[in-house]
Design a protein around this ligand. Structure first.
Ligand SMILES: Cc1ncc(COP(=O)(O)O)c(C=O)c1O
Length: 432
């Protein structure tokens, strides 16, 4: 049976089947080599994971060397140099006083562990989260996810979770034109009117990925942090998608000059090796009692060795800076394209975390989800992989490996431009 047949018959997935999957032979950098001999440029990096490029040779070597020495060691029985070294490195690159790391296996586990740590530290149990957020697919992380489309048929969810409006400048409910940061102030209303006041933490993605690459105003988190301090609630920054250089800084929250109490990480941390982590200042981290939180595979030595090598590559090759430069160039190119394409309602993002929001009408901003799906299909057929997301499924996502060559990005944007033009024409034709 071929790979497609095996998947259809034996692999339990709940993928949306709108795009034909690529049967992959191998991948390197930003290029995927398909089993049928064709090549694809990867503008989605395995959902924002392989930041230092597919099969980065330095990461592969570090993992192989670790694999030949020791593959598994339950963290409470053995201590492994790579694990300690990665924790030390995370203390160096995370903002401010964040220092001690708990290792797990995935983004959802990192967020759920961070929530538990916040409860243990504060002795409180409620959370405030954001509408249009995404934090994972376990019960607790879906409970703080503000998107009903991700939550269908999984409830009931945890009590004690309240949602504040998404800080979405393009679809702001509060201001038209000049921003007054009313969305940040509304977080206080949520504390006052929708919780008991005993909130353990506010949890947010500094740049909202699955919600459609929403970039909050530059003062948003500063204003929110003032509210949190008044209520004694912690700030958990979910950097699972926005971390590790993607936005032009090691962590997206650095753009906001605010120090979170806990950062949750995964995806880019080990460039594709399964690893999640959350880091906190010592007094917060130490509030777990012995045996209270544990993971058999968490802090796997091979993943940790890969993580250490990944961060070294990010630092030595100055990849966050590269993301910032390429991202600015990319946004400018897209803005040029948008001048004659009313299908493009908004272009936004920081670094190489870019969203192109498609609308049927620039005045009403009516979302254009079918058009976004069509753009993705058109690109896929021409060897370019892009993502699609957003609350309404109308945002094309550009999140390539940060090592992508400028010429490859230019070539991919040409294809994306062709896709947007073709889809705009057929959408306008269908409307008449
Ligand atoms: C911001 C954010 N948090 C958490 C998760 C969940 O990560 P995982 O799929 O590794 O559980 C994701 C995944 O897309 C994410 O984007």
């Amino acid at each position: 049976m071929d790979t497609e047949g095996l998947y259809a018959e034996y692999v339990n997935t709940s993928f949306v089947k709108s795009v034909e999957p690529v049967v992959v032979d191998r991948a390197l950098g930003a290029t995927i080599y398909a089993a049928d001999g064709t090549e694809c440029l990867d503008l989605f990096a395995g959902i924002s994971v392989v930041n230092v490029g597919h099969c980065n040779p330095r990461v592969v070597t570090a993992a192989r060397e670790q694999m030949e020495r020791l593959i598994h060691a339950a963290s409470y029985v053995y201590h492994v140099p790579a694990v300690g070294q990665l924790a030390e490195k995370l203390a160096e690159i995370t903002p401010g006083r964040l220092k001690k790391t708990f290792f797990c296996n995935s983004g959802a586990e990192a967020v759920e562990g961070a929530m538990r740590l916040a409860k243990a530290y504060t002795g409180r149990s409620e959370f405030v989260a954001l509408q249009a957020s995404f934090h994972g697919r376990t019960n607790a992380t879906l409970s703080v996810t503000g998107n009903s489309a991700r939550k269908t048929r999984g409830g009931p969810y945890l009590p004690g979770v309240a949602f504040a409006p998404a800080p979405n400048p393009y679809r702001c409910r509060f201001c038209s034109g000049c921003c007054t940061l009313a969305c940040a102030d509304s977080v206080e209303d949520v504390f006052k009117y929708q919780t008991s006041g005993d909130v353990a933490a506010f949890i947010a993605e500094p740049v909202m990925g699955e919600g459609g690459i929403i970039v909050p105003h530059s003062d948003y988190f500063r204003r929110v942090k003032e509210i949190l301090d008044r209520y004694g609630a912690l700030f958990i920054a979910d950097e699972v998608q926005s971390g590790f250089g993607r936005t032009g800084a090691m962590f997206a929250i650095e753009h906001y000059g605010v120090e979170p109490d806990i950062i949750a990480m995964a995806k880019g941390i080990a460039n594709g090796f399964p690893l999640g982590a959350f880091t906190a200042p010592p007094e917060v981290a130490d509030s777990f009692r012995p045996g209270e939180h544990l993971s058999t595979f968490g802090g796997n030595p091979v993943s940790c060795a890969a993580g250490l090598a990944t961060i070294e590559v990010l630092q030595e090759d100055r990849l966050p800076e590269r993301a910032a430069e390429l991202g600015s160039w990319c946004k400018a190119a897209l803005e040029e394209l948008a001048r004659n394409l009313p299908l493009i309602g908004d272009i936004r993002g920081i670094g190489l975390m870019i969203g192109v929001e498609l609308v049927l009408d620039r005045e009403t901003r009516q979302p254009a989800p079918s058009e976004a799906a069509e753009v993705r299909r058109y690109c896929r057929e021409r060897g370019v992989l892009v993502g699609v997301g957003g609350q309404d499924g109308n945002v094309v996502r550009i999140q390539p490996p940060l090592v992508i060559e400028r010429e490859d990005l230019e070539r991919a944007l040409d294809v994306l431009g062709g896709a947007l033009q073709a889809v705009a024409v057929s959408s306008a034709g269908a409307a008449h």
